[in-house]
Design a protein around this ligand. Structure first.
Ligand code: ZN
Ligand code: FE
Length: 265
């Protein structure tokens, strides 16, 4: 099985690990310091092996939310590396072994990297995303062609969170926490029947998966064009969808209907 790739950004390299059945873990290696941070370490041994390959000790863990498939490696990795664990203040009691509590107002710095914290509730009530230059680490909020389930938040909160991510520059790389893209695009195709960009994406991503390659990272640009949970930003899409499903045509109503339909798909 494919298990590793890396992407070089200007000031850091993202090492991408595939673990469990469909989770991604990202190690962020700063080019200008000794900092090596991991996003959502679901599996401690996979991270330890990656650190050996990179030949650097882990310095930080950053969590997007408290779910076990994002935090299970926290304690074990902290024992090995004495690294600092960073997570949302709103979820401090649910993030294992948290050291540093942050929120959207925090100017987070790891090594030489400036990191913006985005509060994106919906999947869970304390979910946050991390933006480093042109790389977004968004956990279970925005997926390739999809979005997270509403476990603790409302559709309105999730719509607000996704709208916030959609405002990022189009070239922003989207590093989400799961490889759900093909299943998501299958649903998208049912809901968004006349979208050539979506058809192209389905062809390209199906080919990638047939070669055991990841479909992630995607980009904000591609998600805006093809992700049904961002398509309500387009007024024409809303009008068409609302007519088909006999709804009011405002974006939140359309989004809410899409999210409910996906749960039953
Ligand atoms: Zn989750
Ligand atoms: Fe998850």
């Amino acid at each position: 099985m494919w298990a590793y790739q890396h992407n070089r950004h200007k000031h850091f390299t993202v090492h991408q690990l595939a673990v469990l059945s469909d989770n991604y873990i990202y190690l962020i290696e700063d080019h200008n310091s000794d900092a090596l941070a991991v996003v959502d370490p679901a599996d401690a041994s996979a991270v330890r092996n990656a650190c050996k390959t990179i030949k650097k000790p882990l310095t930080h863990i950053i969590n997007t939310h408290h779910h076990w498939d994002h935090t299970d490696g926290n304690r074990s990795l902290k024992e090995t590396f004495h690294c600092k664990i960073i997570g949302a203040a709103a979820d401090a009691e649910r993030i294992p072994a948290i050291d540093i509590q942050i929120d959207e107002s925090t100017a987070l710095k790891i090594g030489d990297l400036d990191i913006s914290v985005l509060f994106v509730p919906g999947h869970t009530r304390g979910h946050i995303a991390y933006l480093i230059d042109d790389a977004l680490f968004c956990g279970d909020t925005l997926f390739g062609g999809g979005c997270g389930r509403l476990f603790e938040g409302t559709a309105e909160q999730m719509w607000h969170s996704l709208s916030k991510l959609a405002e990022l520059p189009e070239k922003t790389s989207v590093y989400c926490a799961h490889e759900y893209t093909l299943a998501n695009l299958n649903f998208a195709h049912e809901m968004d029947t006349n979208n050539p960009d979506l058809d192209l994406r389905i062809t390209a991503d199906t080919q990638r998966r047939m070669k055991n390659l990841p479909t992630i990272p995607s980009s904000i640009e591609l998600e805006k064009k093809t992700n049904p949970f961002l398509r309500p930003l387009d007024k024409n899409f809303c009008l068409q969808y609302a007519t088909t499903h006999d709804l009011k045509s405002d974006a939140l109503t359309v989004f809410t209907h899409l999210r409910t339909s996906k749960d039953q798909f």
